[in-house]
Write a protein that binds this ligand. Structure first.
Ligand code: CO
Length: 208
């Protein structure tokens, strides 16, 4: 079988974990109490647990193309509702990344067909905001730098989308401003995360 090597790696990984910490797996059997909800891009270069050096039980995760929070997406709405109402997470992170293919596609002149094109219409709003800002400032940016701006703006936009959800607003009332919402951007060339926005006590904080 073509994936035999991965199954072998899995057995080796599990054995190593148990050798180092006999309760590594068993301590999570009774349930989960993750520290945060991570909304990230599906990109294979942005593995949430690796980046934050976390293990099982620490992160509740949703990933999709270009880390989009869409109101008509039952999938992400269910993940957020479960996080906010059942897991009672204190923090929600929306993490984009430089070099995001989804953002680049949303910025390309050629429209994409099918589901991808429809999905990225949401991210194209970030492009519109950046275009308007640059026009107002009379600035043009090299393309790579421009795409980085849109990646950051896309994160701000999706943080706003999370903060507009009724279930999140209800939680702020019930739980004294929790969850906090954080907009992060991961740099695939350095492994480091930049904070671009926060919503604390239900209020946007801007640049940290
Ligand atoms: Co991406």
């Amino acid at each position: 079988m073509a994936l035999d090597d991965l199954l072998e790696q899995n057995r080796k990984w599990a054995a190593e974990r148990v050798a180092a910490d006999p309760e590594y797996f068993t301590r999570h059997v009774g349930g989960q109490d993750p520290r945060l909800l991570w909304i990230g891009c599906s990109d294979s270069r942005v593995p949430a647990e690796h980046i934050l050096n976390c293990g099982p039980g620490e992160l509740f995760i949703h990933r999709n193309v270009a880390n989009v929070v869409a109101y008509n997406d039952v999938n992400i709405a269910t993940v957020i509702q479960y996080s906010v109402e059942k897991l009672l997470v204190d923090d929600i992170v929306v993490c984009g990344h430089y070099g995001c293919g989804g953002v680049a596609a949303a910025c390309a002149d050629v429209g994409l067909d099918g589901y991808i094109g429809d999905w990225l219409m949401i991210t194209s709003w970030a492009k519109t905001w950046v275009d308007e800002r640059l026009k107002k400032e009379g600035k043009t940016l090299p393309h790579a730098e421009y795409l980085r701006e849109v990646v950051e703006e896309n994160v701000r936009l999706q943080v706003k989308h999370v903060s507009h959800l009724t279930m999140v607003r209800k939680s702020w009332e019930k739980r004294q401003g929790l969850p906090r919402i954080h907009g992060w951007v991961y740099d695939i060339s350095t492994g480091l995360i930049k904070q671009v926005m926060e919503v604390i006590d239900g209020r946007p904080q801007g640049e940290p």
